[in-house]
Ligand binder design. Structure first.
Ligand code: GDP
Ligand code: IMO
Ligand code: MG
Length: 421
């Protein structure tokens, strides 16, 4: 049986913390898409970790952690990450598994990412520049290299051919073709990864399910960055929605039980693209500072805004989310008033549906105002002990989403979580 956990907004909803928290109920955590563009933060015994490619169950002794077929892997970055978590005591050799069908990010994919972004000029996506888009382009273009290829005799030849193609593409874009240290680091990391457990993950995962184990499929990015249903073209290059777990792990939809949707009590977005409920003002800046809204991977300031209910309900629908978890409710403590975007104002009146193209639609947010709550939320150990104005705010969201929340997170630590059931 598989449950999925994913982001319902533009990423950085706090998925890492929630996965780590839910982990004791699962025997495996499996990442199903994305790559080192992700940054999932965990805070354990006062120590913070950011995971990019390794699943967020890696610090749990009992738990297998699979980097699934739908993920794209940068060997050099993965090597550094493995060494980092190993040094912190994570049982990596025993519990980390890598899917043979996961595609490889080459150094030239990263160079090509920069060249393609630069060529877009003012329309740039605001990519993390980790080589994600070019790697998925090669995957779909049936030209990519996969993890399993590193054991093949002709790996070097295939690598050189693909890298040469990238150099030609970069030249055509007028980009920088100077190969740096990265190629050496890539080759050394490939050598290093040869020693790790590689699996035909579709067999491994299905056998695991057959034996009665529970798997938590961990998504990266968020629904509004999905390649098909996000704010295209300002999206990432994979299916971040629940359907992506089936293709990314090789499992049937029949194996999926629950879908956990994680969302912040407000919204953030990093990179370019439409953001209907954005607060491009002092209130937004205050939220950024209070919430520590700076990218876990790139350190870039995240754009901030009010909770966007039309977008949240769109995400719940696309994913079939049946368990909702709100994070960062504590960040709003102390505000005299908290707003929620409940609809969009367009030329044709109010709507709670997302338009075909958020980029070209001229619309403003329609807000409802709620009384704020004080700092006593920080001390509350149960939902019952939370301030009444906070409960009123939660009730409104639950009514709008048509279901109760499963849990609310009020801090980055494992313990800072209320279960509502
Ligand atoms: P992810 O990409 O979805 O895993 O989220 P990130 O790790 O990129 O960003 C979430 C940030 O918020 C991290 O710094 C977390 O430590 C932090 N965080 C998670 N949950 C909470 C919460 O409930 N309250 C506060 N204040 N911080 C949180
Ligand atoms: P986690 O898993 C937030 C954004 C980038 C950019 C767009 C495309 O930590 O939630 P890409 O590098 O994929 O080509 O960038 O997507 N983006 C993220 N934003 N959280 C993430 O991951 C993201 N991964 C990519 O900022 O706008
Ligand atoms: Mg993140």
């Amino acid at each position: 049986m598989v449950d999925i956990l994913l982001g319902l907004q533009w990423g950085d909803e706090g998925k890492g913390k929630v996965v780590d928290f839910l982990c004791p109920a699962y025997q495996m955590v499996a990442r199903f898409q994305g790559g080192p563009n992700a940054g999932h933060s965990l805070k354990i015994n006062g120590q913070s970790f950011v995971l990019n490619t390794i699943p967020s169950g890696i610090f749990r002794e009992h738990c297998k952690n699979l980097i699934g077929s739908g993920v794209v892997i940068d060997p050099a970055k993965l090597q550094i990450e493995i060494e980092k978590v190993k040094a912190a005591g994570a049982p990596v050799e025993k519990n980390l598994l890598i899917a043979r069908k996961a595609h490889l990010i080459l150094p030239t994919h990263i160079m090509l990412d920069a060249a393609q972004e630069n060529a877009k000029g003012t329309a740039k996506i605001g990519s993390t520049l980790r080589g994600i888009s070019p790697t998925y382009q090669d995957k779909i273009g049936r030209a990519g290299l996969r993890m399993g290829d590193i054991h093949e005799k002709d790996f070097d030849k295939k690598y050189q051919l693909l890298a040469a193609k990238h150099i030609q593409m970069i030249e055509a874009l007028g980009g920088n073709t100077e190969k740096t240290e990265t190629e050496k680091a890539f080759m050394e990391a490939v050598e290093y990864l040869r020693a790790f457990q590689m699996v035909d993950s579709e067999y491994y995962v299905n056998d695991f399910i057959f034996r009665g184990h529970r798997i938590l499929a961990e998504g990266a990015q968020g629904t509004m960055l999905d390649i098909d249903y996000g704010t295209y073209p300002y999206v990432t290059s994979s299916n971040t929605i629940s359907a992506g777990a089936c293709t990314g792990l090789g499992i049937s939809p029949q194996k999926i039980k629950h879908v956990y949707g994680v969302f912040k009590a407000y919204c953030t977005r990093v990179g370019s693209g439409p953001f209907p409920s954005e607060l491009d003002n002092q209130a937004g800046e205050d939220l950024r500072q209070k919430g520590g809204e700076f990218g876990a991977t790139t350190g870039r300031p995240r754009r901030t805004g009010w909770l966007d209910l039309p977008a949240l309900n769109y995400a719940i629908m696309l994913n079939g989310a049946d368990k909702l978890i709100m994070t960062k409710a504590d960040v709003l403590c102390g505000l005299p008033e908290v707003d929620i975007c409940t609809a969009y104002k367009t030329a044709n009146g109010l709507t709670d549906k997302l338009p075909y193209d958020l980029c070209t639609e001229d619309m403003q947010m329609h807000l409802e105002k709620f009384a704020g709550w004080d700092d006593s939320l920080h001390q509350a150990e149960t939902y019952n002990a939370a301030p009444q104005t906070f409960k009123d705010y939660i009730k409104f969201i639950e009514q709008s989403c048509g279901m109760g929340l499963t849990a609310i997170s009020t801090g980055p630590e494992r313990e800072k979580t209320f279960f509502m059931e």
